[in-house]
Design a binder for this molecule. Sequence first.
Ligand SMILES: Nc1nc2c(ncn2[C@@H]2O[C@H](COP(=O)(O)OP(=O)(O)O)[C@@H](O)[C@H]2O)c(=O)[nH]1
Ligand SMILES: [Mg+2]
Length: 233
Amino acid sequence: MVEVSVVIPTMNEEASIGAVIDEVRKTLAGHDLEILTVDTNSRDRTNEIATAKGARVVPEPRRGYGRAYKTGLAAAQGTYILTLDADLTYPADAFRELLPPLEAGTADFAAADRITRLSGAAMTGMHRIGNTMLNVAFRFLYRFPVRDSQSGMWAFRRDLLPHLRVVHDGMAFSEELKVEVIRHGYRYLEIPIDYRPRLGEKKIRSFSDAFSNFFWLLRKRVGWTPAAGDSLG
Ligand SMILES: Nc1nc2c(ncn2[C@@H]2O[C@H](COP(=O)(O)OP(=O)(O)O)[C@@H](O)[C@H]2O)c(=O)[nH]1
Ligand SMILES: [Mg+2]
């Protein structure tokens, strides 16, 4: 039985994927672990490196951060699922703080909070403004004191998945997942981390993704989404 599945979306991340997997293994040594990378058409050495480091590469040719997670989460087998980016921005050692509250049964979903200890170099001004706007909107619309609605580093029990219906296939997957978790009354915990500057080319478009994520928060709030969506598990 797999205890912990780590799911990592990748798209041309050869500069960092090896170091991310190394950090994950070091942090979770002693756990029965599987590492899945969900890859969309990488044309560089991403998949070669991930395979060499013992990860299972799950191909997902359809574009989108959320699409990749839907495929990766469905393929994961662990009791606990942990996620992070392939760009070395999220310090994997934060799993040492995210996982124990789940194991102890004091939280159902734990997310890394990049905002509380954010340093100047790790996020551009535009990105920071976008995040602030989205956090304010999330708090107002969902009456929940979230610190970092856009964080992509999570830890949760896999048995939550059948209860979560996430529609969005793009970057808004992250906020929508949190909305689902909170709406179901699961205990949501945020833990401050030291977010780092990215290696490799970023896939997010700060301006258009911020607007699209904002409108998605609104639409989700009023229930105006194109489909109910399938559950994640
Ligand atoms: N498989 C897959 N991964 C993606 C896609 N878009 C982004 N990613 C990955 O998702 C993570 C987040 O993307 P990133 O550019 O770091 O966005 P940011 O952290 O919000 O600035 C990275 O590991 C990317 O490689 C996609 O369409 N497919
Ligand atoms: Mg990133």
